[in-house]
Design a protein around this ligand. Sequence first.
Ligand SMILES: [Cu+2]
Length: 180
Amino acid sequence: MAISPPEQRIWWNEPIGRNEVLWIGIGLIWCIIMFFMMPYWHLEGQQNPPTEGYRISSDDYATKAEAAAAEYTVGTWGETDVPVVSPPPGSDIYMIARLWEWWPVFELQKGETYRLHLASLDWLHGFSLQPVNLNLQIHPGYEMVATITPTETGEFGIVCNEFCGIGHHLMLGKMIVVEK
Ligand SMILES: [Cu+2]
């Protein structure tokens, strides 16, 4: 209900101002352009979501990820007990998303390709790699595989961009890229 009702009860038959028609037209054209950008970006975009995914149980994924991490652990991250894992180039690497951490920290080599597996053990989380702004939704019960090739060395932060509860803002991870 409007605060003050329209002067004419049959307001939809009123003439429309030129400016309004212009803006509706611009809006409509932009909608149509964006509609066709969807298939275009799918074919030509540089940030396509992974199309490889599997149904998994959280327990199975945790077992697999922990075993893979244990094999290539080279240290721990800062003051935490989160392992830093340096897997061989070309291998499958397994990251766990859970309340409220990204586990483990990977140390990857620049220019090498890895198959990054991602799964959540509890809630919906959002993998967001900063500052490159690579974003993937991480669903519980699904293991997604993204093929990645780091092109820059440095330390990259991982934040969660799907609100997942009281510790959401503390859900921070790290990915380290080194020159071989
Ligand atoms: Cu989260």
